[in-house]
Write a protein that binds this ligand. Structure first.
Ligand code: DGY
Length: 334
């Protein structure tokens, strides 16, 4: 008998078809946002969960779903999954790194540019019919080329953004990260490690790409924003909650910094009302990785992981991007 899996979000039909070759598949074609109790109820008897960042996998869920053997996410970020609890329960976890790096970096760079050059603010003005003549400082923003790019979180996506800035736009790159880059990569990017405070003081355009965790909650709040130049911009494509959105809305309203570009929000899909009323912010609905080829690659990678984790397909027993491979071969997966 085929194992059963739950696909907790609407995904591409070709991905579901692949899963059906190996599993009995329950889908969420309506893309309903199931409350936790419903997610737990639907996971009863399922060996696998195919999820994204919106489903919370915690110790209570794991205790309530003893047949669950693998949780495979099509997101790279996995702050919604308690990986140590999964490991303790012998449940394999995977995410979807690498396949989205360049697409997400493209978007981060585009959002930073749109923010610096006031693209959406000026488009709204034009659409409102307010444009009556050319004038010398109409929507004058700040330059990107030659400016100092500050990257907070220098993982794969941070490096891809730094590469665009340094090699494409002649930007000076400063970064802050727990670990320093390999000196060869620093040299390629002309990137200098600085402490967080110096990064905030020195950069013209800050791009936040750090993973969310308890340690990065409100990493940027009122005190940090106060260190930034009044001409600086802030772009967040990482996760809501890393920036204190109330403090950011206040800083934007006071023009303590020039502008922000935000793809992620605390408590999304809700957006802090203060961010909706200030003009100097570009807002997008968590779409940094959303090119069709990349979303397909993320979705297929999660399927590859689930198929392999549950002992099927060419990689059986070897899910390609497992986060806790130490559980392979333990009771639940044996
Ligand atoms: C990711 O992959 O983590 C993106 O933010 C989508 O959730």
């Amino acid at each position: 008998m085929k194992p059963s899996v739950l696909v907790a979000l609407r995904v591409f039909p070709e991905v579901v078809a692949r899963l059906r070759e190996h599993f009995e598949v329950e889908t969420n074609d309506a893309d309903a946002d199931w409350p936790q109790a419903e997610l737990i109820a639907r996971l009863q008897g399922q060996a696998g969960a195919y999820i994204t960042g919106a489903q919370r996998i915690d110790a209570a869920l794991l205790a309530a779903c003893p047949q669950l053997r693998a949780v495979c996410s099509m997101a790279v970020g996995y702050n919604n999954i308690d990986v140590p609890a999964c490991t303790a329960h012998g449940v394999l976890v995977s995410n979807a790194p690498d396949v989205l790096t360049e697409t997400t970096a493209d978007f981060g760079f585009a959002l930073m540019m749109a923010t610096a050059r006031r693209i959406t603010e000026s488009e709204h003005y034009l659409r409102r019919g307010e444009w009556s003549k050319w004038s010398v400082d109409l929507f004058a923003g700040s330059d990107v080329h030659g400016a100092t790019l500050g990257v907070l979180g220098m993982g794969r996506i941070g490096q891809a953004i730094a590469r665009r800035g340094a090699l494409g736009f002649g930007m000076k790159v400063a970064y802050h990260n727990r670990s320093k880059l390999d000196p060869a990569i620093e040299a390629e990017l002309g990137a200098r490690w600085v402490n967080k405070e110096d990064l905030l003081r020195q950069c013209d355009h800050l791009v936040i790409v750090v993973p969310y965790s308890a340690a990065s909650h409100h990493l940027i709040g009122a005190a940090e924003l106060a260190l930034m130049k009044p001409t600086a911009t802030l772009t967040n494509i990482a996760r809501g909650g890393i920036v204190d959105d109330a403090a950011l809305a206040d800083a934007l309203r006071r023009k303590a910094i020039a502008a922000a570009g935000l793809d992620v929000f605390e408590g999304e899909p809700a957006v802090h009302p203060g961010l909706l009323t200030v003009p100097n912010v570009v807002l997008t609905p968590h779409i940094a990785s959303a090119s069709l080829p990349t979303r397909m690659a993320m979705a297929q990678l999660a399927a590859d992981n689930l198929i392999a984790a549950l002992g099927c397909g060419p990689n059986k027993g070897r899910p390609p991007t497992a986060l806790n491979p130490e559980v392979l071969g333990t009771a639940r997966l044996a």
